[in-house]
Design a protein. Structure first.
Length: 384
């Protein structure tokens, strides 16, 4: 039996984004465990590649409004005459040109979409409801361009109407509870010289984009400071100024000198150490799944987040803050929650107190450990 070529398309697997990490895990697991059925390659942008991955890595140099004119040549080179499986680990909104090729302004890419032999799969994140609790019409049309669709969560399937869902996993051989005191001592190496063993350290790990409500996180921390806590914040992001100006937020909320902001890339082991230094983390945005949320839980660190979107399916209820209102935004009329920052501060206080009274153990649902989850993924891939 010849091996089926499967090409994972997403952020580069050598990048640090959530999509890059999901794609890396899936590609590596398929290569390691299903190598007799599939030959694997990846294609993405935002990373230089790495020799440590034992399969080809292609790179997208040109993306124009999410149209990828290099993809046909990459798919042809990898498939070598076989019909490839192209598995996108991207938001469906970026792939409108697959569901409605007439919107693709690149004639060669459009011809490939409409005529080339291939199977198109998508593992797409949904982090918001659209009008009437469903996805918008344009995204629904995009999904029709795929031969196989897989959602992240049951919450997502209620919105998309798709039949199947599987969460991505967490590597618990790396993300596990570390000693808080030792982790906190090592935090000084990353520039947090004011941190004490009895400080209330709140971690926020999120990209700088609109749906990540950094303002909410900073306001909650300010409330905690006003309540008498020695609040310190670890803010880990990709860039300090984009949708939010994080330096301005820190100043506006009177947290100057209390925030250690990091934008450099950490290894998974370093991230686990930094999570473990925290008393609590905040999941400040609605998520399709939420790597930082689940990694924090795996390290035994409570994560306070909103009771909306996919995280509500896996985070313990006592850490979930209920929305007080909603609004709609953007081209896809995405429903976004509004929260009371005081309730988040309340949740932080109770979670931090609880965490300080018991030895740390993983809070991650066992079903999200890759060791337990991979057999379900293996079955899904083998159904081809």
């Amino acid at each position: 039996m010849s091996k089926k070529p499967i090409l994972f398309v997403s952020d580069s697997i050598s990048a640090s984004s959530g999509l890059a990490r999901i794609t890396r895990d899936l590609a590596v697991l398929v290569h390691q465990n299903l190598g007799d059925r599939f030959r694997v390659a990846t294609v993405g942008y935002g990373g230089a590649g790495s020799i440590k991955f034992p399969f080809p890595q292609y790179h997208l140099h040109t993306i124009d409004n999410w149209i990828t004119p290099e993809l046909p040549a990459i798919a042809d080179d990898f498939a070598q005459g076989d019909e490839p499986i192209i598995c996108f680990v991207w938001d469906a909104s970026r792939l409108y040109w697959l569901g409605t090729p007439e919107k693709c302004h690149d004639s060669r890419l459009r011809y490939w979409v409409e005529n080339a032999p291939k199977k198109l799969w998508i593992y797409g994140a949904i982090d918001a409801e659209g009008p009437n609790g469903k996805i918008s019409h344009s995204i629904a049309q995009t999904y029709k361009g795929f031969d196989r669709v897989l959602d992240y969560t049951e919450w997502s399937t209620r919105i998309t109407g798709n039949a199947e869902h599987l969460p991505h996993g967490i590597d618990t051989s790396v993300f596990y509870p570390r000693d808080r005191r030792a982790a906190r001592s090592s935090f000084v190496q990353h520039g947090f010289h004011g941190l004490k063993q009895d400080s209330l350290l709140v971690g926020i790990v999120a990209t700088n984009q609109a749906r990540k409500n950094w303002q909410l996180g900073m306001e909650a921390c300010r409330i905690l400071l006003d309540r008498g806590h020695d609040v310190r914040v670890w803010a880990h992001t990709d860039v300090m100024t984009r949708y939010w100006d994080l330096d301005e937020l820190v100043t506006d909320y009177g947290l100057a000198g209390r925030v250690a902001a990091t934008v450099n890339r950490f290894t998974d082991d370093e991230l686990a150490e930094l999570y473990s230094a925290c008393d609590v983390t905040l999941g400040v945005g609605p998520e399709g799944m939420g790597y930082p949320i689940m990694e924090s839980l795996a390290c035994g660190v409570p994560c306070v987040t909103g009771n909306y979107a996919a995280q509500s399916e896996y985070v313990p209820k006592k850490y979930l803050a209920d929305p007080i209102a909603f609004y709609y935004e953007g081209a896809f009329c995405s429903k976004r929650p509004v929260f009371n920052a005081s309730e988040w501060a309340d949740k932080v206080e109770s979670a931090a107190l609880e965490s300080s009274q018991v030895a740390r153990e993983s809070i991650l649902p066992e079903s999200l450990d890759w060791n337990n989850l991979w057999p379900r993924w293996s079955e899904w891939f083998m159904e081809v």
